[in-house]
Design a protein around this ligand. Sequence first.
Ligand code: FES
Length: 572
Amino acid sequence: MIQDSPDYWKKNRVEMRAAGFDPDKAAQVNEIITIASAWTNAHRCNNRVREIADLLTDLIGRRGGQGLVVGAPAVSDALTQGTPTAGYSLVSRDVAADCFEIGHRAHHGQGMIVISGCDKTGAAALMPLARTNAFGLVLYPGTSSPGRVSFEPYAAKGRNITIMDWAEGRAAHESGRLTREQYLELESNVMPGSGTCGAMFTANTMSTCAEAIGMMLPRGASHPADIDAASPIHPDVQAQAAASVDAVYRLIEAGIRPRDIMTERAFENAITTIYAMGGSTNMYLHLLAIAREAQVPLTIDRIQAIGERVPLIANLQPHGPYAMVSLHELGGVPVVMKELLRAGLLHGDVMTVTGRTLAENLAGVPDLDALGKQDIVRPVDSPLAPPNNHISVLRGNLAPDSCVLKLSGKTLENGVFRGPARVFESEADTMAAIREGRIQRGDVVVVRNVGPVGGPGMPEMVMLTIQLQGAGLGKKVALITDGRFSGVSHGILIGHISPEAARGGPIAAVKDGDAIVIDPAARTLTLEVGDEEITARLKTWAAPDLSDRVSPGSVHDKYVRLVSSAAHGCVL
Ligand code: FES
């Protein structure tokens, strides 16, 4: 383990002076805190990160310390999904984690505050903390303030309109189910300012993960980034930033490191909370990657075993009507965790970045009875959906190493979905088929060769799921893929099919018209074709030629050589 070496930074007077520091003051600094900040002005998800980094630097300086800023790429799925650059998204998780590790170590940091943001920076936030075990915590720049519109069915949601409503509204407009005026009203009002996609999509799933695992201060996972684009960062973000600086000093003083907090039991708490809140399927990939860094022996089956006890109790989009900010106004993730703790579903004795246990943190949080009439968080004994009706892990002859099902709290008619395969080798071909009306009710759309290697980079098939919803087919068509989904995606969806087609998995053997059965109760995904026939088909399989997508020496060139399967979190 590399030791902290702050004196190299403090005593290098020539370098201090040249970089604009006062060498005498630098020598007196009490702590060097890495401010890991993936800032970009390219998108709303991370464009407030620099303001927050500046605020943290100032706050640390007032305590006699020095904040040293470290950057990383921040990829927004909003800019990549459905485009040829979508394969850079998941890849950026590991690159960002590496950047934060490198900057922290190379600049001799002692503590670390990681400012998260869009999906992948949210996942990457916990990885360097777990990997370096440096004193520290995660600070969330915030989610998007929700909007409001005047026409139904959106008006009934009140101030809970999010990017999902806009995306599905765009598809509905395309298929003639929304007028141009209505679509433009939606477009103008959906997001007044910065922030991540505003409900229980992947970024908020990962902020919830950071809070629930104990690595973010209470109520830090749900605040809005700002009031609108012209306002400063939200007062709740400013308060969290100040409290986070206090916390990192407290952690250093108490000697509490990330791996004292990110224990196996803390992972169980995070998994339970994410299942209860209806989180994104991306959490399987990211939790496995974070656990690897924390040296916790987590598997996808263990995640399922923990999650299958947990009902869906938070009424947030994509399965419910509410935005994340509505939960924040109710009290945030602690309200959900208080109910889960009351029901015996959480470990209350685990340590957190407050320096107190989870149970101690939740002691002052009002329980659901005290909150009175509300429909955002339900009691465990009258949930929105019983366990295993939101996300779960399946296996079968089509996914021997696992796949993940997303039902968004729905129950399938007849308990299973059985239909003929409609096979596509790319997202673009599938989109064309949906738009041209070539996908029929009852079909099982198979999108393959879009996995970690085949993508490369395992792009999200969210545009397809949005198009199906917009065309009114969300409950009538299943979509299965070796790619992945956005947290925005909902419907009858199976992703992460492993092994992937590009590595010769059975999904490569599917032909148009084959019957495919999804059975959530049995947790199986079955290709109704005999084993001998599948084996015979795979004998003629050849690995896809990636030369049109992967240039020698590129990030993807390295990635496809290193990446593990989705069943293992696509860790490198
Ligand atoms: Fe950044 Fe959704 S695109 S959180």
